[in-house]
Design a protein. Structure first.
Length: 282
């Protein structure tokens, strides 16, 4: 997580949460110091990169310089209002235009297993998940949930990457244990792959500039719009991609579910064998 600072400075929250969490769990300052040193190297590399490419010793050069001002602006038009934050969070998950549960509905099938997953998750998985939550709050503080003219979601991707280990455990702890939830998960995942495969064939900027009336922030669902724009080749490519993924999953099969039962502390009883008696010959 620390070297992610090179591409996005505010990913430093991942390193911060991981360092603090590990130090708290181990009751030692060493993890925090290690993460801090590596993070400092990431910041140094970022400053050097920005100096070479923009001529400025700055963490947020160019248009990114206004993000901090936007994140702290409580006036109309600023992002630092309760309405904007609430709207951004709800839209990030549920808006037809960008909602992650709209474009990747299979993720809904792992939510019931999060509680069990948290119980068996190692320390690094928990810190990663919390870091993803903090990052999303920071991300939406200076950015609108729209994320530009794209297909599907974008701003939530780093958080999704951080949540993925916990989501995998949730799948193993709950989803895969029930036939109906496992089958529904597979179907929705393949449909989502089909959608994104079609979206990959369309250049979003060109699409939205040539079809401005289709780009309505809350109501527009990109899938039918992009499918029409991609044409028959997009449908075929999407189906082929989904079929290839389905074949790969079928070949590799499912991992065994992780047991949440605690190991027994009782010592196994030793089996006593029959004592053989030898008869002395007279």
């Amino acid at each position: 997580y620390a070297f992610a600072i090179l591409c996005r400075p505010h990913t430093a929250v991942f390193a911060l949460v991981a360092g603090v969490w590990e130090s708290r769990q181990r009751r030692s300052w060493l993890p925090m110091i290690k993460v801090g040193v590596v993070s400092a190297l990431g910041f140094a590399g970022l400053l050097l990169w920005n100096k070479v490419n923009s001529g400025q010793w700055d963490i947020f050069p160019g248009t990114y310089g206004g993000r901090i001002a936007s994140a702290t602006n409580t006036n109309p038009g600023g992002q630092a209002t309760s309405f904007e934050w609430t709207n951004d969070l709800i839209s990030t998950f549920f808006a037809p235009l960008r909602g992650i549960f709209v474009y990747s509905p299979f993720l809904l099938l792992v939510l019931p297993g999060l509680r069990r997953a948290w119980k068996v998750a190692p320390t690094w998985v928990r810190s990663s998940a919390i870091g993803g939550v903090v990052y999303l709050v920071v991300q939406l503080a200076g950015n609108s949930w729209i994320g530009g003219p794209i297909f599907g979601y974008r701003l939530i991707l780093p958080s999704l990457f951080a949540w993925w280990p916990l989501l995998v455990l949730a799948y193993q702890q709950w989803t895969v244990r029930r036939p109906w939830s496992r089958i529904t998960f597979y179907v929705l995942a393949l449909v989502s792959i089909w959608w994104f495969a079609q979206g990959a064939l369309v250049f979003p900027v060109e699409y939205f500039y040539t079809n401005p009336l289709d780009y309505v922030y809350w109501r527009s669902w990109n899938v039918p719009l992009f499918a029409r724009f991609a044409g028959v080749s997009g449908w075929i490519f999407g189906l082929a991609t989904a079929a290839a993924v389905a074949g790969a999953v079928y070949v590799t099969n499912d991992p065994e579910p992780v047991s949440v039962t605690k190991p027994s502390t009782k010592q196994p009883k030793k089996k006593q064998g029959k004592k053989s008696q030898s008869k002395k010959s007279g």
